[in-house]
Write a protein that binds this ligand. Structure first.
Ligand SMILES: Cc1cc2nc3c(=O)[nH]c(=O)nc-3n(C[C@H](O)[C@H](O)[C@H](O)COP(=O)(O)O)c2cc1C
Length: 215
């Protein structure tokens, strides 16, 4: 990491998503209502280039925990998976707890490492495999601003990051039903190295790394 993560990124993306999870724990909130205006934060657009041509597609992105905590986080995900397997939506509270304690806890997470899983070996898979690059576009809803992330990108098909990404996905989609509708998929891992503020006010100003921390 190169210097402090910008407040705009933390407040309007990382912590905004933490607040969505906090709402999941309130009995009066429905998941549909929570997610209605939050699509752009949850599934940003990922742009790539390479042998498959120019490409842009939305992906459900999440955050990784710090490298040294991956083993512990995986063990906790596996514990929740065993305990709640097939127990329907009772898993949601445990999933929200995990997200708040690990994924959206700045002490344990790496907010600059985004992960997703690729359900098809399509354009993104081909381009990232060849170039190792991706850009992510995030609209801050409804139109309050936008962030552009430039990332080192890689496909991970085994090991801790692969396990973490697929277990995280299973928590919401497979564990409640007690059966998987598809196998585990390759993980897309994005390490953010530059951030631009694309709001109407800033018009593409670089905010990370901060000018005084650049090499
Ligand atoms: C809201 C939304 C979220 C999506 N999330 C994912 C995802 O997490 N993983 C995935 O493989 N495809 C996801 N898709 C589908 C991709 O955007 C894309 O259509 C598909 O993966 C083909 O990708 P390609 O352009 O790399 O060939 C999502 C689509 C939508 C509309």
């Amino acid at each position: 990491m190169t210097g402090e993560i910008p407040r705009l990124y933390m407040e309007e993306f990382y912590l905004a998503r933490r607040r969505l999870v906090e709402r999941m724990l309130s009995p009066s909130e429905s998941l549909e209502e929570i997610f209605k205006l939050s699509g752009p934060l949850l599934a940003p657009m990922v742009a790539t280039h390479g042998p498959a041509g120019l490409n842009i597609a939305p992906f459900m992105l999440s955050f990784s925990v710090r490298d040294e905590l991956l083993g512990e986080a995986i063990a906790e995900l596996e514990r929740i998976r065993r305990e709640y397997w097939g127990k329907g939506h009772t898993v949601h509270a445990a999933a929200a707890r995990f997200l708040l304690d690990w994924v959206y806890n700045p002490e344990r997470a790496n907010p600059l490492r985004l992960v997703s899983h690729l359900m098809t070996r399509g354009h993104t898979y081909t381009n990232v495999s060849a170039t190792g690059e991706a850009a992510v576009g995030i609209l801050i809803p409804p139109d309050r601003g936008a962030l552009e992330l430039r990332c080192k990108a890689r496909i991970v098909e085994e090991g801790p990051l692969y396990r973490y990404t697929n277990l995280l996905h299973d928590l919401m989609h497979t564990v409640p039903r007690g059966r998987a509708s598809h196998p585990w998929y390759p993980a897309l891992v994005l390490d953010v190295y530059e951030i631009y503020d694309n709001s109407y006010e800033s018009l593409g100003r670089k905010i990370y790394p901060a000018p005084n921390t650049q090499a």
